[in-house]
Design a protein around this ligand. Structure first.
Ligand code: ASP
Length: 274
């Protein structure tokens, strides 16, 4: 689902679209009407928009290009000023992107995160592999703070913000939606796994492609058809957690306790000014 308001759990609604309609994507009023039909209560806007989010919006709406650049684009010396509004396409930019595609990313000294860029991440993603060998993915986001009304990012779009195919694997991604769309990030990760790459290598290769091809940064989590888990990120921080274990099906599942590991991907040199 995309551009839908007053829904507390959009992934629950997305699952209902999958299970109860012949469609893959519902947006806006149509999605909200379908939620009403399914008995999903309307959550008041005041409960979904926090004071922190309002303050962040006030800070970001005047500097969207700069925020996106600092968070998600390839770092350049002096990038904060020169990259404002970089989503517009110019011949120069196209040439720069072609050049970038021929340049391998160079790990470089760490640059501290700017205080004003640390708030804007709210994307959550999950991938799962079950006892029958089926895989699934889910991605939910509020988008990028300061975006234009009507802008749909990668997260709700199949193959971009997430992709799952039980013959190949599943992936959920985060990062600069416009870069993710231009490089079909989630399906690229899944294709890499289908071609035999280890999941973390598959995520790294796809994110490296996005970085070199369109100068965008992001992160991915994935699982392959053997249940092997992978993750990689080119932003300054992406938190992840894994749980593995065998649980019988059903809501009251009890079985061997899941093993839980967690950590933070730290950009591996991609997030620093070369
Ligand atoms: N990918 C999301 C978007 O562009 C943002 C994010 O993952 O933080 O809407």
């Amino acid at each position: 689902v995309a551009a839908v308001k007053n829904v507390k759990n959009p992934i629950t609604l997305a699952r209902l679209v999958m299970e109860k309609t012949p469609h893959c994507l519902l947006v806006g009023d149509g999605a909200r009407n379908f939620a009403d039909e399914c008995g999903i209560e309307r959550t008041p806007t005041e409960q979904l928009v926090t004071d922190e989010a309002r303050a962040e919006y006030a800070q970001y709406c005047s500097e969207y290009g700069r925020a996106v650049s600092a968070l998600f684009n390839k770092p350049h010396a002096g990038a904060a000023e020169s990259n404002a509004g970089r989503d517009s396409h110019t011949a120069d930019e196209a040439t720069a992107n072609e050049d970038a595609a021929n340049t391998a990313p160079q790990p470089a000294p760490h640059r501290p995160v700017h205080a004003e860029t640390t708030l804007s991440h709210d994307t959550v993603g999950a991938v799962a592999y079950d006892a029958a060998g089926q895989v699934a993915c889910a991605t939910s986001t509020g988008g990028i703070t300061g975006k234009r009304v009507g802008r749909v990012g990668d997260s709700p779009l199949l193959g971009l913000g997430g992709y799952a195919d039980s013959w190949a694997g599943a992936c959920s991604v985060t990062g600069h939606g416009e870069s993710i769309m231009r490089t079909m990030l989630a399906s690229r990760v899944v294709s890499n796994m289908e071609d035999g790459q280890d999941p973390s290598a598959a995520a790294r290769a796809a994110l490296t492609h996005m970085y070199t091809r369109v100068e965008g940064r992001g992160g991915a989590i994935c699982v392959d058809t053997q249940g092997r888990i992978g993750h990689f990120g080119t932003t300054e921080a992406m938190a992840w957690a894994e749980a593995t274990g065998t649980l019988p099906p059903g809501p009251q599942a009890s079985g061997s306790a899941p093993v839980v590991r967690s950590g933070v991907e730290n950009g591996d040199g991609y997030a620093s000014v070369p």
